[in-house]
Write a protein that binds this ligand. Sequence first.
Ligand SMILES: [Zn+2]
Length: 373
Amino acid sequence: MNAISAHRADMLSVTPGLVNAHHHLYSAMARGMPASRGVATSFPHMLELVWWRLDAALDLDTIYWSAKLGAVEAVLAGTTCIVDHHESPRAIEGSLEAIDRACSEVGVRVRTCYGATDRWRDDDTLHQKVSPLSPMTKGAKRGLEECERHIRSGKAGMVGLHAAFTCSNETIAAAADLATSLNVGVHVHVAEAIDDSQAAARLAPHATDEWLIVHGVHLDRTLPGRLAHNPRSNMNNGVGYAAPTTRPNTVVLGSDGIGSDMYEEFRLAYVRLREFDQTATPDVVSGWLDNTRELFPQSKDDRVTWRYPHADDAWHAAFTTGMRVERVETATDGSSSPRIIVDRGTTTLVDEVEIRAKAAEAAARLHRRMEDL
Ligand SMILES: [Zn+2]
């Protein structure tokens, strides 16, 4: 090693791979989308004005390019594994395979699910309010079938539900039964906003330790399962603070679709926690990152090299914004060799520039379709 490269090595540090416990890869193309028609007056109203318009415009091509862009942005931030939650009511069949393929081409491990929901009636119009006693819709049934097909094909997956307030009791019970039969958990938004505060009561008879309980800001009781904390999304939506340290659940960290930079999420989770509890230390939130790695134990053998000498120290990482990734090497899964998926700050298996260009073209098509909805 010559003097220059030895000096450069001193500027680097290595951590295991990072894991995103709750992502929506389909939202990578939300950036630049048409403005919402009106000002949201509540959280469900915002979902209707923005997110349900976006997911209704998705087709398999835009799902693929969105996932590919999201996967590229994840690995460039040192995130090697993603737990994804997907919805595309007009392109359900094949959607999970498209996401899986896009991530695999970039070198990212993904465990996706389709978020079944009864919010679309069988005539393709939107329910204003889903009665818990209403029968399961065709859309919800197709969503659960997509989860089952994906998992039975041998791919990593979970059974998804959107949220209790858009699902009938029949759909919730069917999702829980399907997850048990497939030996996986249910991935579901729970009590994200005050409007969904009844969720835990309806989910409690079904939830198990394998479930991924997302948000839990307005939980009125303890549910089994891991609690996915999404501080940036919660602040963006103004839904309140989840106060994860007050919950008995194992806490994991997610981005809820706003990128997949988990150190950035860690820093935000830390300062939001400090606002709540001035005695808290970065070690608490670093523990949440470690918990998140348990969702993909292989991530612990991945090696992320940072252009910063103390990325492996929680107290440094909490106060060092903009740490950049130099190299990412993913561990073998038993059937393949370790792979370098990022080198010198860019992807190696795919052309980052080409993917950004293709994704931009797909996003333009998606946004045009949104204008028509
Ligand atoms: Zn979410």
